[in-house]
Design a protein around this ligand. Structure first.
Ligand SMILES: Cc1cc2nc3c(=O)[nH]c(=O)nc-3n(C[C@H](O)[C@H](O)[C@H](O)COP(=O)(O)OP(=O)(O)OC[C@H]3O[C@@H](n4cnc5c(N)ncnc54)[C@H](O)[C@@H]3O)c2cc1C
Length: 625
């Protein structure tokens, strides 16, 4: 067996490496959470050629982030991965607070215990699982997708140029890490998901702005024996004089992560942090945990994680003064755009949300459903979210790291346990990832003029799922879980009291030449492939007949013209308030809730606002006949 003729290549020599084509639609640099999620989403589109290149010699095996916000699990459910994640992960149901004992300030004592996420915030829990596992789920998803997409490892982004025109105007130079040789790939679009030190970011002249005095944490994933009683609960532990720890129980029942706060780094003396060892971090942890013991049996991963709070000035290659005249071709996502403390557990989550925002937009443009102007909304929307995240993170880190108030010496300041706990609860929506709120815009997010019709589906926020019963097969389920990460828009029509407005809407969508479903669905494509219409009726499923549903709710699809029976739902009347009450739907008038492919509510309209609905989609979708 002969191999390595043209240079060393890591991995199994029996597995042939897919050659990178000379030209692709989307070239993604970096297979971290942002790159893997984007690649997974695009891998679903057989007509879009996507490549994911990564400079490591294989998938990440251990370490880095581990917090998975409720919103991220909601998003994973659209990839069919929510249940798998929940099975493997640790569930953060409650958080405890430990502070110096009032009797003896050299000992810590439990001062509070709170529910981690407030009731009803999401149908999914806050989870903890290794970033490497989460990335693997996405890599497996890609491999099973219609395009059978595989990451290309050992390839490093070196540089790019954007030519003024041409089909594939972005010319990228990649370096083979093992051989040192260079190749050129042309792409229609390039996305730099290459982390905090992004070279793609540098190559488009975007600049991270903010705090360069990094904060440092010693992070240790360990298997240990301890008499600290809350070792299987997330715990914020603050000692009087030895510093503070964030303790995160990990998946599998035994492993635990300790974040030991090492304080701010003087940018002029970074070398001090390079000398920090895992032994010294564990020693600090032991002192903070006093009087409890910590017998470390195995260190699974150790890092000194240093990060500053920074936001890049723009997330695409178009400088501010050219926004009106140029369209973006290169984007950045994830840590390339924003970095912040690890303590609020946001990095990996927000990075994947960036990618989810961008993925469907790229797919829409590349499939010819929408004009390329849609791509301008990515930087505009996500930059505002990143800035909000940094503002939140600054406040959060300050409060979480503040020394505990010493009742004997109030003049020294600090935060008392009740204050800290109250702040934690108040910030719950943010840390769960469900506080994202896109501002009204000319294209994607409507002004909230008819929010009164569906008060619980806030325009600009994520579609907050609720329980329903699917009519055709009487299956109790969550309405939001019917949506896949397939790039389709969704109209959820909530029936009015008489049902007449809903029937009229169904008729308009199927029959009228002005119907956005008719205008924007390509000839020959399934009727729900661009705009997927679903309805929720007011009566229970036993009081409604499937055979009386309008045709848009029982569409014929696929090469055999089979009937899709999964478009009509009824309230779940057996378990507490129904979806109309939970989400504040006007029972008399009903409502139409328009939801983007990344699950954010774009518009709430009356059921009879046919012209307004058509005009809304007409702003960015292209006629396809
Ligand atoms: C060492 C380390 C420790 C961390 N520890 C924690 C933690 O304890 N808690 C926490 O919440 N967060 C932590 N983070 C941050 C968290 O992992 C990130 O917020 C999250 O991974 C962001 O995802 P991303 O996809 O944007 O970037 P990353 O996960 O950084 O992924 C970037 C990918 O791009 C690849 N890449 C970089 N440059 C190139 C190039 N030129 N060519 C090709 N590929 C390239 C990298 O190898 C990497 O796979 C850590 C990050 C690092 C790097």
């Amino acid at each position: 067996m002969q191999f390595y003729l043209n240079g060393y290549a890591p991995g199994d020599p029996d597995v042939s490496k897919a050659r990178l084509p000379d030209a692709v639609d989307v070239l993604i640099i970096g297979s971290g959470p942002a790159g893997a999620l984007l690649a997974a989403q695009l891998s679903n589109f057989p007509h879009i050629s996507t490549r994911l290149v990564e400079r490591r010699d294989g998938p990440l095996q251990v370490g880095q982030a581990d917090g998975i916000a409720c919103r991220t699990v909601e998003m994973f459910e659209a990839f069919g991965l929510g249940q798998k994640l929940m099975r493997e992960a640790y569930w953060v149901n409650e958080t405890v607070f430990w502070r110096p004992s009032k009797q003896d300030r050299h000992r810590i004592e439990r001062t509070g215990r709170v529910q981690d996420s407030e009731d009803g915030l999401s149908e999914f829990p806050h989870l903890i699982v290794n970033q490497a596992r989460l990335q693997q789920y996405l890599l497996d998803y890609m491999r099973n997708s219609p395009t059978r997409l595989e990451a290309s490892y050992g390839l490093e982004f070196a540089s790019l140029t954007v030519e003024p025109d041409g089909e594939h105007p972005v010319v990228v130079t990649l370096r083979d890490v093992a051989k040192g040789s260079e190749t050129t790939v042309r792409a229609r679009y390039v996305v730099g998901c290459d982390g905090a030190r992004s070279r793609v970011r540098d190559s488009i002249g975007a600049v991270p702005r903010g705090d360069y005095a990094n904060h440092a944490w010693g992070v240790v994933d360990m298997l240990a024996v301890t008499d600290f009683p809350d070792i299987r609960l997330k715990a914020a532990i603050q000692s009087a004089d030895e510093g503070n720890i964030l303790l995160i129980p990990r998946e599998g029942g035994y492993m635990v992560r300790l974040y030991v706060d090492l304080g701010d780094i003087d940018p002029n003396h970074r070398e001090a942090f390079r000398n920090i060892t895992q032994e010294s971090v564990i020693e600090t942890a032991r002192r903070v945990l006093h009087p409890y013991s910590l017998d470390v049996k195995s260190v699974v991963w150790f890092a000194v994680y240093q990060v500053g709070q920074r936001v890049t000035d723009r997330f695409d290659d178009v400088p501010a003064d050219q926004v009106a005249s140029r369209l973006p071709r290169v984007f950045i996502a994830g840590d390339a755009c924003h970095t912040h403390s690890a303590k609020a557990g946001q990095g990996m989550n927000v990075s994947m949300q960036d990618a989810f925002n961008l993925g469907w937009k790229l797919a829409s443009v590349l499939e010819g459903r929408a004009g390329p102007e849609l791509l301008r909304t990515y930087s505009a929307e996500r930059h505002a979210i990143a800035q909000g995240l940094i503002d939140f993170d600054k406040e959060w880190s300050k409060i979480m790291a503040s020394p505990p108030k010493d009742p004997g010496r109030p003049e020294l300041g600090g935060v008392d346990p009740e204050e800290l706990q109250a702040y934690f609860v108040k910030s719950g929506r943010y840390t769960a990832g469900v506080a994202t709120h896109y501002a009204p815009s000319t294209v994607l997010t409507a002004e909230a003029t008819r929010q009164d019709l569906a008060r619980g589906f806030t325009i600009g926020m994520r579609f907050h799922s609720a329980p329903v019963v699917r009519l055709a097969d009487a299956r109790p389920m969550h309405l939001g879980h019917a949506a896949r990460a397939d790039g389709a828009w969704r109209i959820y029509a909530f029936a009015d009291a008489s049902g007449k407005r809903l029937r009229d809407l169904a008729g308009f969508l199927v029959e009228s030449p002005a119907s956005p479903v008719r205008r924007f669905t390509p000839t020959g494509a399934d009727i729900d492939s661009v705009i997927d219409v679903r309805a929720v009726f007011q009566q229970g499923h036993l009081d409604l007949k499937v055979e009386e549903l309008p045709s848009i709710l029982m569409p014929r699809k696929g090469c055999f013209g089979l009937i899709d029976y999964e478009k009509a739902f009824c309230p779940d009347l057996d378990h507490g308030p129904d979806i109309f009450d939970l989400r504040g739907i006007d029972r008399e008038k009903g409502a139409m809730v328009v939801v983007r492919p990344d699950q954010y509510v774009s518009n709430v309209l009356p059921l009879d606002a046919h012209a307004e609905l058509a005009a809304f989609f007409g702003k960015f979708l292209l006629d396809r006949h």
